[in-house]
Write a protein that binds this ligand. Structure first.
Ligand SMILES: C[S@@+](CC[C@H](N)C(=O)[O-])C[C@H]1O[C@@H](n2cnc3c(N)ncnc32)[C@H](O)[C@@H]1O
Length: 200
């Protein structure tokens, strides 16, 4: 089940998502995440971006991966998927609606599964990570960027109390989902980190 309120907020923001200060911030986070991913997985053939938004990250990957055959994005907000399709401009890019918790793809379908600033919005983070693991091919790489820091402990109150916003909590969920080689990287400021992991 998706966190409907969060998804609705992105439906409302879809048309202007890439503009202004927040648009530039997302662009910077995407670029840094792509740099980090390609340093560890230089030539993935099939890529999945979970919570792809307007497709910023996959457009960047399409530019940098001329030999990749399929770059697929999935997002729970249909407005984001429409924006991503309208901006695609590369036949290898494909955007589909769907929640992280029930990915509409077969097992082991991707060499690189990547996600930026979406994980914190997933209603069921445990189920979403298990799905990312399921669709990742043996030897593939999982790359997840989001707010994650011990500094965020004070935010874990009320309705957000169950969020995996600390490396400790997220590492436990990753292990439960069947990931190994879990490695944390600082990505942006002190609270935005990337975690890389391999299927166990
Ligand atoms: C902050 S935006 C990030 C978009 C894009 N990854 C980027 O970096 O520009 C968060 C995205 O996650 C999506 N999202 C939220 N919950 C989701 C879920 N359960 N499954 C899939 N996508 C989800 C939202 O619709 C939104 O497009």
């Amino acid at each position: 089940m998706t966190r409907d309120r969060d998804v609705q907020a992105f439906e409302d923001r879809a048309a202007g998502y890439e503009t202004g200060y927040r648009g530039r911030l997302h662009d910077e986070i995407v670029t840094r995440t792509v740099d980090l991913a390609l340093a560890r997985c230089p030539a993935p053939d099939r890529v999945l971006d979970v919570g792809c938004g307007t497709g910023l990250l996959l457009r960047e990957l399409a530019r940098r991966l001329p030999a990749a055959t399929a770059l697929t994005g999935v997002d729970a907000a249909s407005g984001m998927v429409s924006q991503a399709r309208a901006r695609a401009g590369d036949p290898r890019l494909n955007f589909v609606p769907g929640p992280a918790e029930r990915l509409p793809f077969g097992d082991a379908a991707f060499d690189l599964v990547i996600s930026t600033t979406s994980f914190d919005h997933w209603a069921d983070q445990r189920a979403g990570l298990a799905e990312c693991r399921r669709v990742l091919a043996p030897g593939g790489l999982f790359v997840l960027t989001d707010v994650c820091s011990a500094w965020l402990l004070p935010t874990l109150v009320g309705t957000r109390g169950n969020r995996a916003r600390t490396p400790l909590r997220a590492t436990k969920l990753l292990a439960a989902a069947g990931f190994r080689s879990v490695t944390w990287h600082r990505l942006y400021a002190v609270i935005i980190r990337t975690v890389t992991a391999r299927p166990a």
